[in-house]
Structures are given as structure tokens and as C-alpha cells.
Design a protein around this ligand. Structure first.
Ligand code: ADP
Ligand code: MG
Length: 690
């Protein structure tokens, strides 16, 4: 047998065959390396678990016991309750999961469960689990209980068909060998200076701790490494952005910018004014601007970007705005055309579907400098596009582009200023890790004169009334979205549900036109449906979460979200941002079987930053089922705000490395460079350009 390497596919490891490797793939584990880095998301030790006999009503407890009985109880109101009787040596307790009958498929008699949640009184003591873990399968038999034996038990994210216990066994079995393949990568001098355990030690502490404190110490080393990798990339990106010639020091000539101000159909908000001031200060300075403009949908980022573009234009430079989809580009183009009309400027449009002749014409105008303002998709970064003198680059929904695409557009000028736009407010700690290399302007205030959005939470039984309301809105000339979740694991069933919903609504409302968009449609088909909705041909759009961020249909005033409990709060907020874009009052209705407090908290605020905090908090408390919500995708070990201090440490460490060795060429940094690039393969370009 070939010797084990970190890139060996897991199916070649002892104890893992095709079937298990398929299950592991669902957890994102493809190689031996992935298995080693599949870290416990929680530890249990004896001190946390209460004997069932001693549970008291009102307390919040964790218990371990075997499933002695289970079943589904219908209630009079049509809610189906899944319940289990859990038994340990001291006694038994009933656990109930209202509305989660599907658990009947994953929880079996004889399994050992860890369950945590509040104890209440309902015909006896009852536990309402917030979370549960299958610690052992029925067929695992009665082996010694590791918790009772006083050991700290790591709990791993598990998946259907692969219990946490099996995963623990697999990792335990290969741990020594895998750690042997993972030598320290930090130079000793740095490791000692920051008082860190070695990488092999940290990995062992995390997977096989003798105390939870030790596990935490290991985790923090791994979290630090993760942040160091990120900071190395950010530091390098900043370096590359500033490298070479200095930026252009634009002059405020009060020509186009002043004209725009005079002709705006509305006054700027204070936040917009401040952002424009910050951008102007950057652009008039000799260094290159590298700024992120962050604001919820509808806070008016486009006009702020336009000021930057006009400042370049009045200095005889060109400006380019890039957005991720043709639809968004067209929308920006329409907005800019409208705002620029009084100035006699016509912005250009460069998207894939133009005729060859039109493309050639626009490319010529860009090359000669005749066209000063252009809006486009990634068509802008094609090799055949050249600019006469590109002064500022604006990138909307910047996270939807890869590092290379952003770099490629910046490379079209000699040292253009860069303004990135983001409609995803994030808490400060995250902003630091993700955008540590950027200056930031924030728009919080919404322009006045837009209809307020009222959010309400309704139960399943009220759906008919909600739908009648939607119909009335549409008959009154407005439009509506009906959104359904599509979660990867259950994609097929979810898509069916979306299709069924569209059919049901079409049958229910013969007087309305109902359309459907989902992620399986081709981009062109999707654009077609979205266009029809924007043009008002469709009254109702049934959609999975693919409806674009930033899509602006002012006439759409109602959004119904089905199964809102399956969305993260930040995602709900993004969805909701698609209504309330016109003058009329708008409505967002969450229809759910589980009107949970988190949904009520969401309904109570429209502040994107506040919701981002709530969302982060939710993710931090994680979910024992291991369903990570999308978010900080590359940050998996670090947790905020707990690890805020690590952030500072990572920056310090990175600075020490980069100031001694800016492109990580030295032998002592080779491992560091390799790992950072393995984590961020797309950032390779940052090291190639030298
Ligand atoms: P964002 O990109 O931040 O979601 P947009 O730039 O698309 O927001 O602006 C949303 C809408 O608000 C646009 O129709 C725009 O014309 C309008 N708008 C922008 N600024 C103001 C303002 N100060 N007062 C009134 N309306 C504004
Ligand atoms: Mg926008």
C-alpha cells in the first residue's frame, strides 16, 4: 500500500470505504488532511452532564441517555410532535420536538443521545432540546461510557449515515499518523515569541484533550494560524495594491461633481455626504484609494460611487463600474444614465450579450478615451479591453468576484483608485478579519421617502389569509415575491416544493401571472424571468434564494418567506431588502410552524448591522447538528468576539513576517507560504506579480 500522505483520498484510509467516503464528502472531507482538520465543535465532560433523576424544572441542562421509546404525537391543532423517552442509570425523561416529525427518521431506539435544553413541567418533567447529538448507535453495544469514565469527549460535526461516534473513531485511529505528517510551520523564534504550542501539539490537544482548557489552548493555536493565513493574504494584497507607481492625486475641479450635486433629484443623506467626503479625501491624496463602501440595500451606494467616477472624469480620467450579473449591470446603467442625463454624459454598457459590432465599438471608445464612464460585467476584464486612462474602479457586490477578477480590472489602469461596494453589513470583528486591508465607509441611514418595511411572523394556519393579502396587493397593481429555501442536502425535495408552490399559486390566482426562478435554471433563463418580473409582466415571483441581492423592483411591495426558520438572520435580511424599494409601504411576512424568538427579534428591527450581530451570535452558539450557516467561509476555527485578541496577535505576527520577507521567499517561511496558498489558492496571483 502507498504510504499515507495528506492529499491521500480518505477512501484509501483503513476503516473508510466507498460508502463512508461518500458520507465524509458531505462534511467536506475529501482527503486525509481534511479528516485531520475536521475539528470537534464541542466537548463534553462529566461536569456538564446531569443525572436525569436530578433534573429540576426551570433549569437548563444537558443529559446523556439511551432512547428507550419514541413516537410522533399529533396535537389537536395539527402540529406533529416528535418525542423520545431518554433513560440513564438514574431515571428517565421525556424529550419533545414540536413540529419536527422528520427526526423520527434519524433518531432510533437504542441510540445514546446527548440532549441539551430547558426542563419544563408538562404532565411531568419534560426536556425541550435546543440541540442533540447521537453519541452512539444502538448496535455499538454497551461499551464503557467515555463520559462516565471522566474523559473529555470531543464531539464532531456528523452527517446522516455517519455518526459522530464513527467519525471520532476514524480520527482517533489515524490521528498519530496524520499529526506525524503535519510538522510545525512557524519559525521557532516566532512561535516562542508568541508563546504558542507547536502545531502537532495543538492538533493533539484539539482532538484528544485531557481537559477542556487544553482543548481550548489547542484550538486557539489553530485559530491563530487561520487568521495568520488570512492576514498574510490581506497584507500581500495591500502590498500589491500599493506597489509600483503611486496613485493619481485627483483635483476637485468642481465641474462634473458639482453639476451632479446641483441636478440630483433629492438631497443626499448625511451618511452619503460623509462617504463622499472620505472618498474625495482618498482620491485627492497621492496614494491609491482602497476603500470599502458598506451599506444595506437601498442606502444609496450607487450615487456615492458616481461621485467618485465623476471626480476621475473631471480630471480627464476614465471610470469603470463592474457588477456580477447582467441584470445588476443594466440596473446600474439605467440609474447612471438617469442621473447623468442633465450633465450630457452617456455612460457606456459592456455585457456579454451585446453584438460583436457593439462590443468592438465600445472597446474602441474605451481605448481612445472617448468613453469616460462604463458599466459592465466581468466582460470588462477580458484581455481585449483596454482603457486610455483608467482612474477609478468601482466593484459592486465585490465578494462575488474572485481576487483575480478584481486584480485584473485594477490592472487595466496604471494605478487606479479602487472603491468596493458591499450590501452585506458585517460586525466590526469580522470586518477586521475580512477587510483588514481596506479603509471603510459605512451607510446606515436610508434615504427618506421610501416606504417602510413591516415584517410580521405568521403561523402556518394563517397562510390563507397571508395569500389573500398578497393577491389584493397584486390586484391593486403591485407585485410580490414568495421565497422558499433550498438547502443542498434536500435540494430535490426543496425544488419540488418551489415548483409545487408556483403551480398552486397559479391555480389559486387565475387572474395573476406567477413566475418561478431557482438556481437550477440557466443564467439566461433566470435573467429572462427576472426581467419579466421587473417589467411587470409577472405579478408574483416564486423564488428560491437566487433572487439577486440589489435587484431593484420598486413596485414589488410584498415578500412572503416560507420556512424562515431554515434561513440565517443575515440571509433573511438580504432577502427582505428586495422589498421597500419604492415609495409605498412594504410587507415582509414570515410564514412558519415555529414562530421562534429569533424570528420575532428579526421582525423587530431593520438595522442590518444589528442583525449581523445577532446572526454572528447565533452562529457562535453554533448548532450541534453541525449545520454551519454560510458566512465567514474561510474562518472556521476562530470565533468572534472571543478571539478578538487573536486577531491583533495575528496581525502583529504577520507584520513581523512580511516586513522581513514581503513575498515569503525565504526558506524559513516556505511552509507558511505554502499553507496560506493552499487555503487561498486563488491568491496565488498576489505572489506571482512579484
Ligand atoms: P444600494 O445600491 O445601496 O442598494 P442604490 O444606490 O441602488 O442603493 O439606491 C437605491 C435607490 O435610492 C435608488 O433608486 C436611488 O436613486 C435612490 N436614492 C439614492 N440616494 C437617495 C437619496 N439621498 N434620497 C432619495 N433617494 C435616493
Ligand atoms: Mg446596489
Amino acid at each position: 500500500m502507498a504510504p499515507l500522505r495528506l492529499d491521500t483520498p480518505v477512501k484509501f484510509l483503513k476503516g473508510i470505504g466507498e460508502r463512508r467516503s461518500d458520507a465524509l464528502a458531505r462534511l467536506g472531507i475529501a482527503t486525509a488532511h481534511d479528516l485531520l482538520w475536521h475539528l470537534p465543535h464541542r466537548y463534553i465532560d462529566a461536569s456538564m452532564v446531569s443525572p436525569i433523576a436530578r433534573l429540576k424544572v426551570g433549569e437548563d441542562a444537558a443529559v446523556v441517555g439511551r432512547v428507550a421509546a419514541k413516537g410522533i404525537l399529533p396535537t389537536r391543532r395539527g402540529l406533529r410532535i416528535f418525542h423520545v423517552v431518554l433513560r440513564d442509570e438514574t431515571g428517565a425523561i421525556e424529550c419533545v420536538w414540536p413540529g419536527q416529525a422528520f427526526l423520527d427518521r434519524s433518531i432510533e431506539i437504542g441510540q445514546t443521545l446527548l440532549v441539551a435544553g430547558p426542563i419544563r413541567f408538562y404532565h411531568g418533567r419534560q426536556l425541550a432540546p435546543r440541540e442533540f447529538v447521537v453519541l452512539a448507535e444502538a448496535e455499538d453495544g454497551d461499551g464503557p461510557d467515555p463520559i462516565a469514565a471522566g474523559r473529555v469527549l470531543p464531539v464532531y460535526p456528523a452527517t446522516h449515515g455517519l455518526s459522530h461516534k464513527v467519525i471520532r473513531g476514524l480520527i482517533g485511529r489515524h490521528l498519530d499518523q496524520l499529526i506525524g505528517l503535519s510538522p510545525e510551520i512557524l519559525p521557532d523564534e516566532l512561535r516562542l515569541r508568541f508563546d504558542l504550542p507547536t502545531l502537532p501539539d495543538a492538533l493533539r490537544q484539539v482532538h484528544h484533550p485531557s481537559s477542556t482548557a487544553e482543548a481550548e489552548r489547542g484550538r486557539r493555536r489553530l485559530a491563530l494560524d487561520e487568521l495568520v493565513d488570512l492576514q498574510l493574504m490581506l497584507g500581500r494584497a495591500r502590498e500589491v495594491a500599493k506597489r509600483g507607481r503611486q496613485g493619481v492625486a485627483f483635483e476637485v475641479k468642481r465641474q462634473l461633481t458639482s453639476q451632479l450635486k446641483d441636478h440630483l433629484p433629492w438631497p443626499l443623506t448625511n451618511d452619503q455626504k460623509r462617504a463622499i467626503k472620505e472618498i474625495t479625501a482618498d482620491m485627492t491624496a497621492p496614494e491609491r484609494m482602497h476603500r470599502l463602501l458598506m451599506g444595506d440595500v437601498g442606502t444609496g451606494k450607487t450615487v456615492v460611487a458616481l461621485f467618485a467616477m465623476l471626480l476621475a472624469a473631471e480630471n480627464d480620467y476614465q471610470a469603470a463600474l463592474m457588477a456580477p450579473t447582467e441584470l445588476l449591470v443594466e440596473q446600474h446603467h439605467a440609474t447612471l444614465s438617469r442621473l447623468l442625463a442633465p450633465l450630457g454624459i452617456e455612460p457606456g454598457l459592456l455585457v456579454g450579450r451585446l453584438t460583436a459590432a457593439d462590443k468592438t465599438r465600445i472597446k474602441r471608445q474605451l481605448a481612445t478615451g472617448a468613453m469616460r464612464i462604463v458599466v459592465g460585467t466581468h466582460a470588462l476584464v477580458q484581455e481585449t479591453v483596454t482603457f486610455h486612462r483608467l482612474g477609478v474602479v468601482v466593484i459592486d457586490e465585490q465578494h462575488r468576484f474572485g481576487v483575480e477578477q478584481r486584480a485584473a480590472l485594477m490592472g487595466k489602469g496604471s494605478a487606479p483608485d479602487v472603491l468596493l461596494l458591499s450590501a452585506t453589513p458585517i460586525p466590526r470583528s469580522l470586518a477586521l478579519t475580512r477587510y483588514g486591508d481596506l479603509d471603510m465607509s459605512v451607510l446606515k441611514e436610508r434615504p427618506p421617502g421610501r416606504g417602510a418595511i413591516r415584517t410580521s411572523v405568521r403561523s402556518d394556519s394563517q397562510r390563507d389569509r397571508v395569500l389573500d393579502f398578497v393577491r389584493d396587493e397584486c390586484l391593486a397593481g403591485r407585485q410580490a415575491y414568495v421565497v422558499l429555501p433550498v438547502i443542498e442536502e434536500t435540494e430535490k425535495a426543496d425544488l419540488m416544493a418551489a415548483k409545487t408552490m408556483a403551480d398552486t399559486l397559479a391555480a389559486r390566482w387565475p387572474e395573476l401571472v406567477v413566475g418561478l426562478v431557482h438556481g437550477r435554471l440557466k443564467a439566461t433563463e433566470r435573467d429572462q424571468v427576472m426581467r419579466a418580473f421587473r417589467e411587470g409582466t409577472l405579478h408574483v415571483l416564486v423564488a428560491t434564494t437566487v433572487i439577486e441581492v440589489g435587484i431593484d423592483v420598486a413596485n414589488a411591495t410584498t415578500m412572503v418567506i416560507e420556512h424562515p426558520e431554515r434561513f440565517g438572520l443575515a440571509q433573511l435580511h438580504q432577502l427582505r431588502g428586495r422589498v421597500g424599494r419604492g415609495g409605498q409601504a412594504s410587507h415582509c411576512v414570515l410564514v412558519t410552524r415555529m414562530p421562534m424568538p429569533r424570528l420575532k427579534a428579526f421582525a423587530a428591527t431593520t438595522d442590518g448591522f444589528k442583525i449581523a450581530e445577532l446572526d454572528l451570535e447565533e452562529r457562535r452558539h453554533g448548532d450541534l447538528l453541525g449545520q454551519r450557516q454560510s458566512g465567514a467561509a474561510d474562518i472556521r476555527v476562530a470565533r468572534f468576539p472571543d478571539d478578538n485578541d487573536l486577531l491583533a496577535q495575528a496581525r502583529e505576527l504577520t507584520k513581523a513576517v512580511l516586513s522581513a520577507d514581503p513575498s515569503l521567499d525565504q526558506t524559513r517561511h516556505k511552509a507558511l507560504r505554502e499553507r496560506a496558498l493552499a487555503r487561498y489558492p486563488k491568491a496565488e496571483i498576489l505572489f506571482r506579480v512579484g
